[in-house]
Each structure stands twice: as C-alpha cells, then as structure tokens.
Design a protein around this ligand. Structure first.
Ligand code: SF4
Length: 408
C-alpha cells in the first residue's frame, strides 16, 4: 500500500500521551504504617547536584507526576518532607489533573512553592501555542512561574527552532519561566548533541538508564551537554521491557540480585544507583505512585553505599543479554527505512506501559491518540527492513500487530 509520508502530525497524537493515570494501592492505615517504617529506617539527607549552568542545585531524586495525583496530597507532602523537591508534570498528564493536583497542594502549602524546582511541559510547536499552554499550566498550578519549561517529547533537535528561542527569552523576561529545554524519549543522543550546539538550552529530560548509559553515542551526548552547561534529568531509569521478559530467570540476573541484596538493595534501587554513578546526571525523574516506592527510592538516594564494580559489570552483562526485549528509542534507525512515517518507537513504549508498568489504561490512551489511518498502515506495513536495521533485534512487525490488538 502506497502512503504519503508526513500525512499526519506526530504532535497531534503525542498530545494524548500521559492523559491517563493510575490510582494508589495504599489505604490510610497502610500509608501511616509505611511512613513510620520508612522514616525510621532512613539515614542521611537527600544529596543535591548542580543543574547545569543554571546556578540551581536540585535533589538527585525527582517526583514524576504523569499519574493522577488528585487523591495523593499526602504523598506530595511526604515527598517534600523527604527532600524530593524536584517535581515534574505536564499539561497533558491525567488530562491536566496532575497540574491541578499540584496546584491544590500549593494552595494548601503556599510556603512550599519556593522549595520546589517545578518542571512542566507543552506539546505546542509554535510561539502562540506555547504561550497558551504556559498560561494554562500556570492557571492549573495556581502559581506565577515555572522553574523549567520543556517542549514535550521532541524527536529531532530541529524542533527547538529560533521561534522557540525568541519565545523563551520573552517569557524569561516576563518572569513566567526561569529556564527552557525539552524532553525526549526518541533519538535522545541526537537531540542532546543538537541542543549542545544551540547555546540556549538550559535543561533536558531524557530516557537514560543502565542499558543506554554505556553506549558511545550517549556518552558523547552527555559530554557535549556537560560542556554546554545543560542540566540533565534521567527518566525511564528502570528500562522497562516491551515484550517477552525472561531476564529474571537468567543466571546473570540471579548473580546480580544476590550481590545487590547482600548490600540491602532491591533490583529497582540498584538501577537508580547505576544512573547516579554518573555525576553529570543532576536528577532522576521517578514515577513514585505510592509511599512504599517513594520511601524505597528516597532510601536509595540517601544511602551513600555505591554499587561495586562487579555489580555494575553484572548489570551491564544483564543489559546485553536482555537487549532484544528493550526498545532503545533509536527511532531514526527503524523508522527511516520504512516507506510510511510510522511511530514504531512510541508504540513500543506504549506496550511497555501496558506490559511492564502494568498501566494498560495509560497505554491505551496513548495508543488511541495515533490517528486511525496511521494505525491501519502500521498493521499492514512490511517491517523487514526495520527489523534488519534494529540494533536490538526487536521483532517489530509482530509487536506492531500485537499493539493494535491489545491497545486499540
Ligand atoms: S525498534 Fe529497534 S531501531 Fe527502532 S527504536 Fe526500538 S531499538 Fe531502535
């Protein structure tokens, strides 16, 4: 089937990403018990790191707000008390509900606004669209300025054009934003390299984890951003799989878990620590949906015990052994060899939300944002060339069909 490229706008469907959230599993009494247990077991204070050349220091652990926070005011309160004062949200998260919930928090605790390094994002691609988005976010949050304003989910550095630079300078002068940047789930290294050349990007949030951090393109991209004074936030640090996860049954995984357990860490904590090993990552944005996860991540951040060389080497080997279950977000490789403009990498991310994160509703909301005619092309397309090009060896064709039957 012959289809024109660029027959649809990727930004149109990306606007729906994050529109759904998940509920807390904790009851009131569970929450109080967890607060006491975790607070008693915690040692140290939350480490801070400089955020690029901004002059601001941020906690190494940030609170990811792509969830529905409406009933989680106490979770936000505990996050502040535990030093998790980097908060991330977006205009689309929970259909605006994430920003509204944070706004409700600031209304209750106005004195906490200045403690928080607040990040929000917009899918707009023009100055007027960004202005509308920013004003909407400020209204929902009930505040007068955003610390770091990000263009949400770019796939190419060319999306950060001069119009956005001029717009950001104007909004900085008006006092509505302090810093400007972008987030990227796809083509992260190319976006970072491009940003480093621009000279006006203050901060970037990118997919970065134990699987990606050792690749040469990512190492070069981080180095370039450091030289350019760009603050870096890592997201998707658990490196969730999209299909066929068997890693926990492997010999390497068993050795890895045994080693980190002896130090008192969980697998999830070890993956956070692997990212913190890079001192140039200012913060990790972590989706902490209940107090148990918050307490566990805070404990990992505060605890100064580092992973051993053997732990890191096992984690690296484990990453290689399970590479074919993980989409590395290098969309330019597989998508550029397809006849049609199809969102392979994004679709694999949505499958990850459903299968690995256990968030099928969020996955479906994201997937259904892809225009129906594009989804039809996705099912009919021939992915042979994309599968040959994919460095992770992912069965793309099979997964595109599974996404349509699972998430449509
Ligand atoms: S499917 Fe393969 S080539 Fe495409 S983004 Fe994922 S890892 Fe990269």
């Amino acid at each position: 089937m012959s289809v024109n490229k660029k027959s649809w706008s990727r930004r149109d469907f990306l606007k729906t990403v994050g529109a759904a959230g998940m509920g807390t599993l904790f009851t009131a009494s569970d929450f109080q018990k967890a607060v006491s247990a975790a607070t008693n077991s915690m040692i140290g204070t939350m480490p801070l790191r400089p955020f690029g050349k901004t002059g601001v220091s941020v906690p190494i652990l940030g609170f990811g707000g792509s969830q529905n926070l409406e009933s989680k005011q106490r979770l936000l309160r505990q996050a502040v008390k535990l030093g998790v004062t980097y908060w991330d949200t977006a205009e689309t998260y929970a259909g605006g509900g994430s920003e509204e919930a944070m706004g409700k928090y600031f209304e209750t605790y106005p004195g906490d606004r200045k403690k928080i390094f607040l990040v929000t994002k917009s899918h707009a691609a023009s100055a007027s669209g960004l202005s509308d988005s920013l004003d909407g976010s400020l209204e929902r949050l009930g505040i007068s300025y955003i610390d770091l304003y990000l263009v949400h989910g770019i796939g190419s550095p060319s999306e950060m054009d001069d119009e956005i630079r001029v717009w950001s300078e104007k909004k900085k002068a008006e006092g509505k934003i302090q810093f400007i940047g972008f987030s990227a789930h796809n083509n992260m290294d190319a976006c970072m390299m491009g940003a480093a050349k621009l000279g006006w990007i203050d901060g970037i949030m990118v997919t970065y984890n134990y699987r990606l951090m050792h690749t040469d393109p990512m190492k070069r991209a981080v180095e370039a951003c450091v030289k350019a004074g760009i603050g870096l936030t890592a997201m998707k640090t658990q490196a969730g799989w999209s299909w066929g996860y068997v890693g926990k049954r492997s010999k390497t995984a068993a050795q890895l878990i045994e080693g980190i357990s002896r130090k008192g860490f969980t697998e999830e904590q070890a993956k956070l620590k692997a990212v913190w090993e890079n001192p140039h990552i200012a913060s990790i944005c972590s989706e902490m949906t209940n107090f148990k996860i918050l307490a566990s991540n805070v404990a990992a951040a505060r605890n100064q015990t580092r992973l051993s060389l053997k732990d890191n080497s096992l984690l690296n080997r484990y990453a290689h052994e399970t590479a074919s279950q993980y989409c590395a977000g290098c969309a330019y490789i597989c998508e550029s060899v397809l006849e049609e403009d199809l969102p392979v990498s994004d679709t694999l991310r949505f499958l990850m939300y459903a299968r690995c994160y256990g968030e099928p509703e969020r996955a479906k909301a994201c997937f259904r944002g892809i225009p129906p005619h594009v989804r039809k092309q996705m099912v009919q397309a021939d992915y042979t060339a994309a599968e040959t090009a994919c460095p992770q060896g992912i069965p793309i064709g099979r997964l595109m069909k599974e996404a349509e039957s699972e998430l449509a």
